[in-house]
Design a protein around this ligand. Structure first.
Ligand code: FAD
Length: 360
């Protein structure tokens, strides 16, 4: 009798879309022994390349339901995947901790209640005499900043992660097709994905990870799924004030829901916005730097050195993400309008189990 892995080696899976979700699915499925083809016409222009890479697993206050289950699983899976992926890039790492700050007394009371309710030893209320709060107050000229620290949450550099996955997929000889799929159909138990150049790619299974465009591919198959675009913008700014050392601040933190990542003594990344739009506006700087009633002059006078955005997809009428078996051999795993980087390990584990059940 053939082993499961031998069986899988004969099965061919097509993954449509090569953002973090498509690539992570390819990693997990290829480790199981499946033959994988990833198809994407523009793998560098997706929302995964725009992500800041914050892994807010424990800090999110919702601690029940599917979203918590996925976060909890991902929190457990990430360290294992990091150890595995470090064989391909030893620099890949999760920088910890993550700090969440607010100037709102009401929000802080809510954070405190959350920490006391769940009694999670990795989540702590920051003392106002702590070095973190003191340094933030000094840099941002504030007096009323309060917050919490999560020792287990952190940040993975999204570009480094994607490049590491590329390295793995190349070494594993995963087939990559730089084309757009315009149609999928089933014929004699096989799926046929048709490219814009009218080439047909046959497979035993198709996994849809192509965000907003998923809808176009399944419309003809009469599945009712709706997704709307969510624009996320981020900036990197240069500051010009010798008295401020941004490296004295935590490596990643948020103030009033804006995420801040100091990258050098005088450079900061700030992100991201959430707008139901597909076109970035001109006033990104104002939108991203208005997280305090009174900005320090170094921030007001900062100059944008880089500006970028990504368009994510948010399901309408159902929770994010959409993970479903649409029909035999057709899986949808998309609609990650946020937390796609965080959730990739848990979602690809679910996809792998579905593939194993269907193809073994
Ligand atoms: C500014 C910003 C900051 C963010 N910060 C964070 C963060 O800190 N932490 C976090 O966890 N998440 C963050 N996110 C969210 C995260 O980026 C997304 O959840 C995640 O990237 C979604 O990945 P994806 O693979 O589903 O989609 P995408 O990365 O958008 O990939 C979809 C791919 O499908 C391809 N495609 C589309 N149509 C077709 C077709 N017909 N045929 C073939 N291929 C097709 C596209 O070319 C694209 O490459 C951020 C997002 C933005 C924009």
């Amino acid at each position: 009798m053939k082993s499961l892995k031998e069986n899988f080696q004969q099965a061919h899976i097509v993954i449509i879309g090569s953002g973090i979700i498509g690539k992570f699915n390819a990693l997990e499925l290829s480790e199981l022994g499946f033959q994988i083809t990833i198809i994407d016409p523009a793998q560098l222009q997706n929302s995964s390349n725009a992500a800041l890479g914050l892994l807010m697993g424990n800090m999110y206050q919702k601690r029940r339901g599917r979203s918590w289950d996925l976060r909890k699983q991902s929190i457990e899976l990430w360290p294992k995947w990091i150890t595995f992926l470090q064989k391909f890039n030893y620099e890949l790492n999760i920088e910890k901790p993550l700090v969440q700050l607010t100037t709102s007394e009401e929000k802080f009371e809510k954070l405190k209640r959350f920490i006391l309710t769940f009694n999670d030893l990795n989540l702590r209320i920051l003392d106002k005499e702590s070095i973190i709060i003191k340094n933030i107050n000094k840099a941002f000229h504030t007096k009323n900043i309060k917050g919490i620290i999560s020792l287990k949450d952190g940040r993975i550099d999204a570009m480094t992660l994607l490049k590491t996955l590329d390295k793995y997929l190349k070494l594993k000889n995963i087939n990559f097709v730089k084309e757009e799929i315009i149609k999928i159909r089933k014929s004699n138990k096989q799926w046929i994905s048709t490219t814009r150049k009218n080439e047909n790619i046959r497979s035993d299974m198709v996994i849809l990870c192509n965000s907003l465009k998923t809808v176009d591919l399944i419309d003809g198959l009469s599945h009712k799924i709706k997704l709307k675009p969510v624009l996320g913008q981020a900036i990197e700014v240069d500051i010009n004030d010798a008295k401020v050392d941004l490296l004295s601040l935590p490596k990643q933190f948020s103030i009033n829901s804006k995420n801040i990542i100091p990258t050098s003594r005088n450079k900061l990344i700030i992100g991201s916005t959430d707008e139901y739009s597909t076109t970035p506006e001109e006033n990104t700087f104002e939108k991203l730097t208005n997280f305090l009633d009174k900005q320090p002059s170094w921030l007001k006078e900062a100059k944008i050195s880089k500006k970028w955005y990504g368009i994510r997809s948010r399901p309408i009428g159902e929770p994010s993400p959409i993970m479903k078996n649409l029909e035999e051999g057709l899986i949808i795993c998309t609609g990650f309008y946020k937390n796609g980087i965080l959730l990739a390990p848990a979602c690809s584990k679910w996809v792998a189990n579905e593939a194993k059940n269907y193809l073994s």
